[in-house]
Design a protein around this ligand. Structure first.
Ligand SMILES: Cc1cc2nc3c(=O)[nH]c(=O)nc-3n(C[C@H](O)[C@H](O)[C@H](O)COP(=O)(O)OP(=O)(O)OC[C@H]3O[C@@H](n4cnc5c(N)ncnc54)[C@H](O)[C@@H]3O)c2cc1C
Length: 407
C-alpha cells in the first residue's frame, strides 16, 4: 500500500501532526498499536496538561479546542513556587505578563479524544489501528513499514510519534540521551475543602515534590507527588481514606480535607532527548524526539510546536512541487526544533535534579535561587514569557510568516 507519509503512533503528537496536514493533498497512513475503541474513548491517565498561549492557538487552529467540553478546560491564572517549609512562595502573577491568565489545563485523555475525532473526519488519513510494526527501513527509494498482519506500507517519508521510548527511533539506529531521575510521580485528581483560586503550586518540600494544578471546579485539582519508588509503593498500597489523610498531611493541611476523585496513575520519571531528530526519509515528532520531565510542563507544548514546524515545511514543499523528504527540509526542521527545545530541556533537568536533592548544599542553593527570583522582576517576567509567548519558544530569527492550516 502506498502513501505520501506513514506516521507511527496516534498519541497527541501523531494525531495533531496528521490533522495539521489536512487539505495539503498528502495521503497519510496512521499506524497505532492500540485498538480503535481505545482511541475513540481514551482511558483517563490522570495527566492534566498545562497549555501555553501558543499551544492554545494551535489547538484552536486544529479544531481540537472546539471539541473540548467547558468542564474539561481549567484556567491557570497564577502560579506559586514554594520551597521547604515556606508559608509564602514565589508568585508568578498573570498581571505581570499582561494577560488574563498564564495558561490552561486540559486532561490528556480529553486532548486525545478531541484529536482522534478530528482525524477521523479526514478522508486523506487511513487509520490502521490494533497493528504492530514488525520492521521499518528507509533508503534513497523511500520508506517501508512492515506490519504483523503481513501488509507493507510504502511512502517517501516515515514519521515516528511513538512515545519517549520509541521503538521506531531505535529500529532506525538513532540513539537518545536518557536521564532516569530514579523517582516516581503519582498523578491523582483530588477534591479539597479550600478553593484553589486558579493558582498552580510547585512545592519543593523535603523528601518530596508536590504540585497542584487547578481544574475547572474550584475545589478540584490534579495533585502530583514525586517520591523515591519504595516510598511511592507504600503510599499506593494505602486505601482511599488513608491516602486522603496522607495527602492532606503532605500538603500541610493548607487545602483542608482532601478526597480522591480520579484514578491513581504513577509514572517513572525519565527525560529523553533524541541524538538526531531526522534521518534519510525519516523524522521524529513528539516525545519520540523530546521527552521532558513534567516539572516545567512542556512535553506536549514542545510536541505541538515540533509537529507544527514539520507540517508547515511539508505543506510548503508539496505546494511548491518540491520533494517532501528532501534532506535540506528535514535538516531545517531538526535545527529549528533543537534550537527551540534544547535550552529548556537542559534547564528542566537541572531544576529537577536540584529540587529533588535534599542534601544541604542543594537546599541552600535553591533557597538562594528562589530568594533572588522573588526579588528579580526580570526573572519572573522571563519565566512567564515562556508560558504566555505567542511564538512557542521559537527564537525570533526563525519566526516568519508561514501558511495557515485550513480549519
Ligand atoms: C505526569 C505527566 C504530566 C505531564 N504534564 C504535562 C504538562 O503539564 N504540559 C505538557 O506540555 N506536557 C506534559 N506532559 C507530557 C505529555 O503528556 C507528553 O509530551 C505527550 O503525551 C506526548 O505525546 P506523544 O504523542 O508524543 O506520545 P504518547 O502520548 O506516548 O503517544 C504515543 C502513541 O504511540 C503509540 N505507539 C507506541 N509504540 C508504537 C508502535 N511500535 N506502533 C504503533 N503505535 C505505537 C502508543 O500506543 C501511543 O498511542 C506530562 C507527562 C506526564 C507523564
Amino acid at each position: 500500500m502506498s502513501f505520501d507519509i506513514v506516521i507511527i503512533g496516534a498519541g497527541p503528537a501523531g494525531l495533531c501532526f496528521a490533522r495539521s496536514l489536512k487539505g495539503s493533498g498528502l495521503r497519510i497512513a496512521l499506524v497505532e498499536r492500540q485498538e480503535e475503541a481505545a482511541l475513540i474513548a481514551p482511558a483517563d491517565d490522570g495527566r492534566e496538561i498545562a497549555i501555553t498561549h501558543h499551544s492554545q492557538r494551535l489547538l484552536r487552529e486544529l479544531g481540537l479546542w472546539a471539541r473540548l467540553r467547558e468542564e474539561e478546560i481549567g484556567a491557570l491564572r497564577d502560579a506559586m513556587v514554594l520551597d521547604g517549609n515556606d508559608r509564602d512562595g514565589l508568585m508568578f502573577r498573570h498581571g505581570e505578563a499582561g494577560t488574563e491568565q498564564l495558561g490552561w489545563l486540559l486532561s490528556n485523555h480529553a486532548i486525545r479524544r478531541a484529536a482522534y475525532e478530528e482525524v477521523m473526519a479526514l478522508p486523506e488519513v487511513e487509520r490502521i489501528t490494533g497493528a504492530r510494526v514488525e520492521a521499518v527501513r528507509t533508503g534513497s527509494e523511500g520508506a517501508e513499514v512492515v506490519l504483523d498482519n503481513g501488509d507493507t506500507l510504502r511512502a517517501p517519508l516515515l514519521v515516528a510519534a511513538d512515545s519517549r521510548f520509541s521503538e521506531t527511533r531505535r529500529a532506525m539506529g538513532i540513539g537518545a540521551q536518557m536521564r532516569d531521575f530514579g523517582k516516581t510521580m503519582l498523578v491523582l485528581r483530588m477534591r479539597h475543602q479550600v478553593p484553589h483560586e486558579q493558582v498552580a503550586w510547585e512545592w519543593f518540600g523535603h523528601g518530596q515534590t508536590l504540585a497542584l494544578l487547578p481544574l475547572h471546579d474550584a475545589h478540584a485539582s490534579s495533585v502530583m507527588l514525586t517520591l523515591a519508588p519504595p516510598a511511592m509503593r507504600e503510599l499506593l498500597a494505602l486505601d482511599d481514606a488513608a491516602l486522603e489523610a496522607a495527602m492532606a498531611a503532605r500538603f500541610g493541611h493548607r487545602l483542608g480535607t482532601m478526597s480522591v476523585a480520579g484514578p491513581r496513575c504513577a509514572y517513572p520519571l525519565v527525560g529523553v532527548y533524541a541524538k538526531r531528530f531526522v534521518a534519510e526519509r525519516f523524522a521524529l515528532v513528539g516525545d519520540a524526539a523530546v521527552g521532558m520531565h513534567p516539572v516545567t510542563a512542556h512535553g506536549f507544548n514542545f510536541g505541538l510546536l515540533g509537529q507544527d514546524l514539520l507540517a508547515r515545511e511539508l505543506r510548503a514543499a508539496h505546494a511548491a512541487g518540491q520533494p517532501i523528504a528532501a534532506p535540506a527540509l528535514l535538516a531545517r526542521y531538526e535545527r529549528r526544533l533543537r534550537l527551540a527545545t534544547r535550552p529548556l530541556y537542559l534547564a528542566t533537568n537541572a531544576l529537577a535534579g536540584l529540587y529533588t536533592d535534599d542534601r544541604r548544599p542543594a537546599r541552600a542553593l535553591r533557597k538562594l535561587a528562589l530568594g533572588a527570583g522573588a526579588r528579580l522582576a526580570p526573572f519572573r517576567r522571563l519565566v512567564m514569557a515562556g508560558l504566555t509567548a505567542e511564538h512557542g519558544g521559537v527564537p525570533a530569527p526563525l519566526r516568519r510568516l508561514r501558511p495557515r492550516i485550513p480549519a
